[in-house]
Design a protein around this ligand. Structure first.
Ligand code: PLP
Length: 409
């Protein structure tokens, strides 16, 4: 073989993007199919949702702002737009610490930048046990491994003891990357509370070794119709010590519905200006060697949606409506699950909810007989509430429960 042995073993499995394509085909052929596979927002008629503000802003862009090359870091205006959007009214609190921004192809690009620049071959990254399993692909591709922390303690709250065990066991690494996906954790919909953020800062400040806290904020804009809540919560991280670098991984896919454009950002925060400057330099170098520059159209759309007041208002209004639709789907799904006795993992808000089972793949496949499509994690099936209507959310728990009883899943 021309390709090395190491590379020959590389093949994606359980790829959500492929499973979603198959489910879409089934739905196109039969409108009764429930396609709860992928994390893309759909409207109540099951159509892929595009924000009107996004379309309007796109019409305003000339060809240069759509198709020319962008700066590798996304440029000053993009940085300004990202900081303004991501930190909102809490920007002054965040700005107590030096901040640096780089444009990335989605939140995925931001995660890639962190894994590549802060992990050495053979290092372990700390991931939640219930997780978006693509993190593992990111680690393996970089010849790194991972440790997992239990997401929940016996009271179904964030398991600090388990995170502490992981951090303690990796003190020998030069730097340890800890991934927290909050709020609206994928796949569970778990969210840390205000006091858990205080406790997180306290825990991390108890370490003197180098830690990178990778805050995967992919779904943060769907936490609440009141966006200030989560931004204030994040602002608690300003109090982390100088041996802790926080990197926020922002996803333009989820917030603005720009999934296929591949646009996002990595925002670095630390008490030392030099630390974030070095983050930026290394991130730009990495970007140039992997993807060169991010989508110009994505960058300019986000700039318009944030810095043009008219579009910003229009977008925020739509986001509020879609957030509350998502909440209604979740509420109905939870109510119906309770009625029929379907067990779920602890859920607060978000795109997804999880049903634990000892045979996720068997259950996922069996559900095809009920015209229902979901995806799996190691211990659960995951239902994408973002992709189904309120009426489908009402039906689905009973369908799943019946199928579980029938097949002993
Ligand atoms: N983080 C989580 C938890 C996700 O679920 C996803 C996408 O599904 C991402 C990050 C990255 O998304 P993107 O690269 O499209 O921004």
């Amino acid at each position: 073989m021309i390709i090395s042995e190491k590379k020959q073993s590389k093949k994606l499995s359980n790829n959500i993007l492929s499973l979603a394509q198959a489910a879409k085909k089934a739905k196109d052929a039969n409108s009764k199919v429930i396609n709860a596979t992928i994390g893309m927002l759909a409207d109540e008629d099951n159509f892929f949702y595009t924000f009107k503000a996004v379309k309007a802003a796109m019409n305003d862009l000339d060809d240069y702002r759509k198709f020319s090359y962008s700066d590798t870091d996304g440029g000053k205006r993009y940085s300004q737009a990202i900081l303004q959007w991501v930190f909102g009214d809490s920007l002054n609190d965040f700005s107590k610490n030096p901040l640096e921004v780089i444009a990335t192809p989605g939140g995925s690009g931001a995660i890639g930048v962190v894994f590549s620049n802060y992990m050495q071959k053979g290092d372990k990254v700390i991931l939640p046990k219930n997780m978006w399993e693509t993190y593992i692909t990111f680690a393996k591709e970089r010849e790194c491994d991972y440790l997992t922390y239990d997401l929940f303690n016996e009271s179904d709250r964030f398991n600090f003891d388990s995170v502490k065990d992981c951090l303690d066991s990796l003190k020998h690494q030069d730097t340890t990357v800890l991934v927290i996906n909050d709020p609206c954790q994928n796949p569970t919909g778990f969210c840390l509370s205000d006091s858990e953020y205080d406790k997180l800062v306290e825990l991390l400040n108890g370490y003197s070794n180098n830690i990178v806290l990778l805050m995967d904020m992919a779904y943060f804009d769907f936490y609440s119709a009141n966006g200030a809540l989560i931004r204030k919560r994040y602002a608690k991280l300003v109090n982390l010590n100088r041996n802790i670098l926080t990197v926020f991984a922002f996803s333009g896919s989820k917030t603005f519905g720009l999934y296929g454009l591949r646009i996002g950002a990595a925002i670095a925060m630390n008490k030392e200006g030099k630390e974030v400057e070095l983050f930026k330099n290394a991130a730009e170098y990495f970007a140039r060697s992997y993807w060169s520059s991010s989508s110009t159209l994505g960058i300019n759309l986000i700039e318009e949606l944030v810095l043009n007041e008219e579009y910003q208002k229009m977008f925020k209004d739509e986001l509020r409506v879609m957030s509350s639709t998502l909440e209604q789907r979740a509420q109905v799904f939870l109510e119906e699950s309770e009625k029929c006795g379907l067990t779920l993992l602890p859920f607060e808000r978000g795109f997804f909810v999880c049903v634990p089972t000892h045979d996720p793949v068997g259950l996922m496949n069996a559900l095809h007989e009920d015209d229902c499509y979901v995806v799996v994690t190691k211990t659960c099936i995951r239902i994408a509430l973002c992709a189904i209507s309120i009426e489908e959310a009402r039906k689905l728990p009973q369908i799943i429960k019946r199928r579980m009883e029938k097949g002993v899943f």
